[in-house]
Ligand binder design. Structure first.
Ligand SMILES: *[C@@H]1O[C@H](CO)[C@@H](O)[C@H](O)[C@H]1NC(C)=O
Ligand SMILES: *[C@@H]1O[C@H](CO)[C@@H](O)[C@H](O)[C@H]1NC(C)=O
Ligand SMILES: *[C@@H]1O[C@H](CO)[C@@H](O)[C@H](O)[C@H]1NC(C)=O
Ligand SMILES: *[C@@H]1O[C@H](CO)[C@@H](O)[C@H](O)[C@H]1NC(C)=O
Length: 409
């Protein structure tokens, strides 16, 4: 059985590799995750339709296929905390709560796979999960193997009750190896930087994980959404430099379609998650979602920006007087080399729309033949602009305006 404390040899092997090389997450992963919306709702007597159990995940998988989410690129149905039985089995293995997952986890994986989707699961590397279910300390290898045996496709590894910093740093790295040793491709999401504040090692996270949480759990309110955006804009630790194909900064689940955001705020939230090349994990009741929110989540133009192959996360080039400007270089079959997505966000939460006006060359775009400029949300053609021409539009309070600019030859 795995013991966290004598891994010097394994860590040596790991440090030979330059970056996580499991061939996964070449673009930021997309799917649905239980946590923000359904939390740790385990009473199926009281709340049979929403409790954390196989019924919920099957229904979500059904809707992801029937309502076009799968076709749009959302792939993972991801289970968060509170799926486990209170104790490990006699063989030491984790087991799902027998009442809420009466057919076991392998059967749920089979169901999800039959829909053409993938299954994500949750564990914590300390002595317990955040909600006090069995932790993976001393069991990391067995748990990795158990998840592989169930044919799980993604793991979110959390770090509540994890002991000291050295344990955390070792545990996350060792799990990389154990997942690899199973031979099954499993996307590895780490809460590692968030767990090691205030001095996270982003290079280490990028070397060992496919995505890594680096900021607070997102909640269903604009204040939380904007704080995450501002954290990314500040980029204090230069963590943007480590994102790219295979590994992504993760500002947490999407709350589009929930209760707390206005329509403008939902657009700003979704638009910025696409700009920031964030994993897109919807945490919303997809069985019952407003059409405007659904259309946003399925917006093809935005998703092309999100999943751009170049894999460069947007950076904030200015902030002041109520607006901030973000640029994301793009290159894919939709955006030839030299293209950009430009987002202007109004962070004031009062008053009315603010005008934005800038030449493209002021934004660093100097292609002599100009650019074809397109509004990003509805695809409206905004014409051809030369570098010295002004780009003009208005941005609503706590709202966003986004365009793409493709160089002309
Ligand atoms: C579940 O909810 C029911 C109905 O509200 C209640 O009677 C029962 O005690 C709850 N079970 C647990 C384990 O909390
Ligand atoms: C395991 O690691 C090796 C070497 O980095 C890599 O080539 C292989 O694809 C990995 N396998 C899995 C299942 O992650
Ligand atoms: C970003 O930096 C500004 C200026 O230093 C600071 O006031 C703000 O709190 C920072 N935002 C976050 C989310 O850390
Ligand atoms: C804000 O506006 C003032 C007055 O127009 C201007 O002097 C200042 O440079 C602006 N600041 C930023 C950060 O754009």
């Amino acid at each position: 059985m795995a013991n966290l404390f004598n891994f010097a040899f394994l860590l040596l092997m790991l440090s030979a590799a330059e970056s996580l090389d499991n061939g996964l997450a070449r673009t930021p992963p997309m799917g649905w995750m239980q946590w923000e919306r359904f939390r740790c709702d385990t009473n199926c007597t009281k709340d049979p339709d929403n409790c954390i159990g196989e019924k919920l995940f099957k229904q979500i998988a059904d809707v992801m296929v029937s309502d076009g989410y799968k076709a749009a690129g959302y792939q993972y149905v991801s289970i968060d905390d509170c799926w486990m039985a209170p104790e490990r089995g006699p063989d030491g293995r984790l087991r799902p709560d027998p009442e809420r997952f009466p057919n076991g986890m392998k059967a749920l994986a089979d169901y999800i796979h039959a829909k053409g989707l993938k299954l994500g699961i949750y564990a914590a590397m300390g002595t317990a999960t955040c909600k006090k279910y069995p932790g993976s300390k001393f069991y990391l290898q067995l748990d990795a193997q158990t998840f592989a045996d169930w044919e799980v496709d993604m793991l979110k590894l959390d770090c509540c009750y994890s002991g000291d910093l050295a344990d955390i740093n070792e545990g996350f790295q060792v799990m990389t190896l154990y997942l690899n040793l199973t031979g099954r491709p499993i996307v590895y999401g780490c809460s590692w930087p968030l767990c090691t504040e205030p001095k996270p090692d982003y290079k280490a996270a990028a070397k060992h994980c496919n995505m890594w949480r680096n900021y607070n759990d997102l909640r269903d309110s604009w204040d939380y959404v904007y704080a995450a955006i501002d954290f990314y804009g500040n980029n204090t630790e230069h963590f943007q430099e480590v994102a790219g194909p295979g590994g992504w900064n993760d500002p947490d689940e999407l709350v589009v379609g929930d209760f707390g955001l206005s329509y403008d705020q939902e657009r700003a939230h979704f638009g910025m998650w696409c700009m920031m090349a964030s994993p897109l994990f919807m945490s919303v009741d997809l069985r019952n979602i407003r059409k405007t929110s659904k259309d946003l989540l399925l917006n093809k133009n935005l998703l092309r920006i999100h999943s751009d192959e170049l894999g460069v996360q947007a950076y904030r080039i200015s902030k002041g007087n109520g607006t901030e400007v973000w640029l994301r270089p793009l290159r894919s079959q939709y955006f030839r080399a030299g293209s950009y997505a430009i987002a202007v966000l109004q962070y004031y939460n009062y008053g009315g729309p603010l005008p934005f006006s800038s030449s493209l060359q002021n934004l660093g775009m100097n292609n002599k033949s100009g650019y074809k400029v397109t509004e990003a949300f509805d695809g409206k053609d905004m014409g051809k602009l030369l570098p010295k021409d002004q780009l003009n539009f208005n941005v609503d309070p706590t709202g966003i305006y986004m365009v793409t600019a493709v160089p002309l030859s």
